[in-house]
Write a protein of this length. Structure first.
Length: 630
């Protein structure tokens, strides 16, 4: 088949991205690669070298009623939409910039050839390239990228796909803004005459959905969610059903996926993972062998559920089999899947601080589907917050050395019980809450805690002592809230939103300088052997009281500076820092007292945990050495 350039491609007709395609996903990497390809095309003796771009698969489709006046040559872009979208944006940017550089006649010709055509009245316009009218980015492309103010956009929310379109437009505008008239003309000629494509039109007897899936897998891999939509549309076409039912189900599939995509892409800076969402929902919808479905197992399971021979496969770990694919099976599934999508977004962007704290402790799929089910099913806010508070307590206790009260994968079983429509919800909720309460009231053995905390110091390489405690930062954030209450303050100095930019730092640094030598040697010189001195020093420096939270790498600027300098800087920091700065000196005495205060707070966090002073001392300094540490 002959490869043709964009001039000839756009002579073929009008192009639409079908509803089963993903949104525009190219980012700076792909845009730079395309620009470099164009830039490297050489002109020799007045002729531009050719550059093969790839194959575009097209499927003939029908024009909308509003488009029939122009042509019957309308095609779905089954494969190649990312490249074609990008080149169309670049063409628009070049044509728009031609107002002062090109003759108006040429500009009108290019607009008609590559962008749109207008009817005789001037009120109707048909674009050469765009999305199917049911797609969420249909009008956004025309209004915001092609600057058509006659298109009314009824949704101001910019999702990730829309953001990618805007980024591509700005990228090309930046690339050409400093180019001369002749340089822009050369770029335009390269794009329209040098880039070559194979155009392949899919015949009616060829499975379009299979082509879509196969071809797209050659480039940026399709997500399971994208392939599933394609599969469901395909299966809907194969079902024996009235034409109106087929149309309704296809519309419902598109609506469901629009709801899902809009929910997952609602935060344009943090698009939620499609495959994690799909596998999370499937972990509620079907009982997996393990606690939840992995993304890989979810893909296998979902395409057994929805295939021509689904009844051959097991429903779950029982002896039951999957039902045959039907209109109802597809409809029930897509409605439940799409209903969970806004909840999934709410889970990740929650206004409830307790949810953010829980996800700081454990971001596993098991925990997420449990919280999502609670958000989905429980409308009483007070009850919801009580359960979430109990969950946080369980997760926290599981992370205190020497305490392990529950296998956290149990939350997935709770979620499935609560999600199921076959059980009495209130009865199941009572069972779950009772089980959670039993875990929280389980016996705590102090000696186990003491020995477990002491074991933090026995590691030879890497972090030692409390610096090894996996949730120390979380614990100090909790203590931050305690100090805010104690100081009778209302404003945060460090909030949970600062968690990722906050670090755990030593007040007396691990690599201490001469200034801190006396404080450290006061401890280590109480021992005889060099090994004992070394160990005592590590215990001292990594004791709970010598560690605090500092925001935005603050400690790197303080380093080995004196206590007076650190003390002054700490007065404007977090409540942890302010509390530390109230000490006139920073020695073993102050470190011990701060550590004891933090252990008293641990007892407050875990009712029933009552450590003796000897046990607290042993936790803080490995073993009782009163002559050394107090």
């Amino acid at each position: 088949m002959e490869a043709i350039n964009l001039n000839r491609v756009f002579s073929e007709g009008f192009f639409r991205i079908p509803d089963y395609q993903r949104g525009y996903s190219w980012n700076e990497k792909q845009l730079n690669e395309l620009w470099d390809d164009v830039d490297e095309i050489q002109e020799v003796d007045g002729e531009l070298k050719k550059h093969y771009v790839g194959t575009i698969f097209l499927e003939r489709t029908k024009a909308l009623d509003s488009e029939k006046w122009i042509s019957d040559d309308f095609f779905y872009v089954v494969d190649g939409q990312q490249r074609l979208t990008t080149l169309n944006i670049l063409l628009f940017v070049l044509i728009q910039s031609s107002e002062t550089g090109y003759a108006d006649k040429r500009k009108e010709t290019w607009i008609e050839k590559f962008l749109y055509q207008i009817n005789q009245s001037g009120h109707s316009k048909v674009y050469k390239f765009g999305y199917q009218d049911s797609d969420k980015n249909y009008k956004f492309l025309y209004q915001n990228i092609f600057e058509d103010k006659s298109e009314l956009l009824d949704n101001s929310i910019i999702n990730l796909y829309a953001k990618n379109l805007l980024f591509a437009k700005q990228f090309f505008e930046d690339k050409i803004k400093n180019l001369t008239y002749s340089e822009r003309d050369l770029v335009f000629r390269k794009i329209t005459t040098s880039l070559l494509f194979d155009i392949r039109k899919i015949e009616k007897d060829l499975d379009v959905q299979a082509v879509f899936e196969t071809m797209n897998n050659r480039g940026k891999p399709l997500t399971i969610l994208e392939k599933l939509k394609n599969r469901l549309i395909y299966l809907n076409e194969k079902l024996v059903q009235p034409h109106e039912d087929r149309n309704k189900l296809r519309k419902d599939i598109n609506t469901a996926w629009g709801k899902i995509y809009n929910s997952l892409a609602k935060d344009s800076n943090n698009y939620l993972d499609e495959d994690e969402f799909l596998s999370a929902h499937l972990s509620l919808y079907r009982r997996p062998k393990d606690s939840v479905f992995s993304e890989k197992l979810a893909e296998e399971k979902i395409f057994k559920m929805f295939c021509n021979k689904s009844e051959k496969y097991d429903l779950d770990e029982s002896d039951a089999k999957e039902a045959k694919v039907s209109h109802k099976k597809i409809s029930d599934y897509i409605f439940q899947l799409s209903d969970l999508a806004p909840i999934w977004y709410e889970l990740h962007k929650s206004s409830f601080p307790i949810i953010n704290k829980i996800l700081t402790l454990n971001r596993s799929k098991e925990i997420k589907i449990f919280i999502a089910t609670l958000l989905y099913k429980i409308k009483d806010k007070d009850i919801l917050l009580q359960i979430l508070d109990d969950l946080e307590k369980i997760l926290f206790r599981n992370r205190v050395p020497g305490i392990w009260i529950m296998d956290e994968r149990n939350t997935a079983s709770w979620a499935r019980k609560l999600y199921s429509e076959n059980d009495d919800f209130n009865e199941v909720l009572l069972e779950v809450r009772t089980e959670m309460s039993d875990y929280l009231n389980s016996e705590i053995l102090n000696q186990n805690i003491v020995n477990a905390f002491k074991s933090l110091y026995t590691y030879v390489k890497g972090a030692k002592g409390f610096h090894r405690w996996g949730i120390l930062k979380y614990y100090l954030f909790e203590y931050e809230e305690e100090l805010k209450l104690r100081f009778k303050e209302t404003n945060d100095k460090v909030s949970w939103s600062d968690y990722d930019v906050t670090t755990i730092e030593h007040i007396i640094p691990q690599q201490y300088s001469t200034y801190w030598l006396d404080q450290v040697k006061e401890v280590s010189n109480c021992f005889d052997s060099e090994d004992e001195k070394y160990f005592a020093e590590k215990v001292f420096l990594n004791s709970l009281g010598n560690l605090t939270i500092l925001k935005n790498g603050k400690n790197s600027s303080l380093g080995n500076l004196s206590w007076e300098v650190k003390q002054d800087r700490f007065t404007t920091g977090s409540y942890n820092e302010i509390d530390i700065s109230r000490n006139k000196y920073w020695t073993k005495k102050e470190i011990f007292e701060r550590g004891m205060g933090l252990l008293v707070f641990l007892e407050k966090k875990i009712p029933g945990l009552l450590l003796s002073d000897d046990e607290k001392h042993e936790i803080l300094f490995y073993e009782k050495q009163e002559s050394v540490f107090i």
